[in-house]
Write a protein that binds this ligand. Sequence first.
Ligand code: TEU
Ligand code: CA
Length: 529
Amino acid sequence: MQTWQKETVIYQIYPKSFCDSNGDGIGDIPGILSKVPYLKALGINAVWLSPCYPSPNDDNGYDISDYRGIAPEYGTLDDFKTLLDTLHQNGIRLLLDLVVNHTSDEHAWFEAARQSRDNPYRDYYIWRDPVDGHEPNGWRAAFGGSAWEFDEKTGQYYLHLFSRKQPDLNWDNPKVRQEIADMINYWLDMGVDGFRCDVINSISKDFTADAPGMGPHLHEYLHELHVKALGPHGALTVGETWGMTPAQTLLMTSEARGELTMTFQFEHLMLGRVGWDKFRRCDVDRKAFVDILAKWEYGLKDDGYPVLVMENHDQPRALSRFGDDRYPFESATMLAALLYGMRGVAVVYEGQELGLANPTFPTLADYRDIETINAYHEMENDYDEQTLLEMMNFGSRDNSRVPMPWDGSAHAGFTTGTPWIVADFDPTKTVAAEEADENSVLWFYRKLFRLRQNDPVLLHGDFELLQNEDGTAVYRREKDGDVRLVVVRFADTPAPLPTIVPANTEALLANYPNGGDTLRPYEARILKI
Ligand code: TEU
Ligand code: CA
């Protein structure tokens, strides 16, 4: 792994919701371009752009109809190239979203494939005959219903792990793999620096399994992409992989294997909800939150590399899940210090740096997300409307997809028109308000990223968890004898500073003024010994 890759702080932009330049209510590339100075001031050095390719938007761009274009609502390919150049001039790399488990059903390949059983593109997708007049197996789609959709015209089912408008590509077909490698080279040749790889551990299927999982050819196919496209360009790749262990992660990211650079781990994001059910809330086990992060630090100590993440466009806001409404500043900054004080690539999602909480969606009609709307209807008969709305407000992906709040004007300065998704916002938590207040969450993030980027110990030092009990966690970073301690109070009560923290420390960053022997609610200190 190259050094720059280890020192990356990635800012995720959801283009539809970031900044609208022309008043049509949809964020766009010229809008992003106008915010490059904001990104630079934040201290990030890479942007990951969620899909900005042409798409019918059944799943907000994760259903791609043309892998080599830019969605007209986002701008032109020239706008994209201008953004790429401008980011590069500002020392910011650009990662695209690589969504290659599936395409849109409106992609030319699928439109051809569904014409006839002997169409040359038929084998680009996964088709099966009915079994006793039914679906070929019991696999369920992530957005509800069967993962198989019957195609009347040709009398077969096609597989879709997500919506029926997202048919899965057949990676067992070498032509598909070549098309994807060529497409990756097209973007890398243009100057793109790498990719976030959507549900990448699903590309190979195991048809003998009860549920779709990792298939037998995953590693072979990733290695092939590495050899044909990613490796020669030195691209940075971050795989989106749910439910993996550190050992499985190493099989995809070990330097020697030549597959991906690293993968997200989301194990801590399973806390505070009931298992895989994202709409059912339960208490957050705060000790486990820290233990899980530490487990991954240790698991990827010698090979692979940790990715530090707590929000994205599929997750409710971290403050609402793991923080405390009564201490919004303290708990948001504590979570940031706890996570980004660790060893790994930092990933931050738009608005996280403002300490945003989930907005309120008063009715079902306020939601746009296919997963939320489908889940609501699937549970409609089991709960009353109030309960359903509370569940959606808690777990919906739309919680993080509302417009980025730039200032206190109408629609938070996101658009001069009517936004595609409307949400209430807190006028004290906008970019303008927080820029004006040095004690804001935004300024804490700025200082934290700057500190990290200039401190070899925080960037590259070894990690050791020293204490994690009774709501206080302490971990140590060490490089060539230089030591930093990160001390956090993950509780709404004060507690004595642990005795393992020496007296002669210097606070490099803290979320309360004046240290002292008592940790206050959600206090965080990054200390130099
Ligand atoms: O998400 C895949 C994924 O596993 C989930 O996090 C997803 O949000 C869903 O809730 C599963 O129940 C990726 C993208 O991040 C997501 O936005 C897409 O909808 C999905 O793939 C399909 O491309
Ligand atoms: Ca627009």
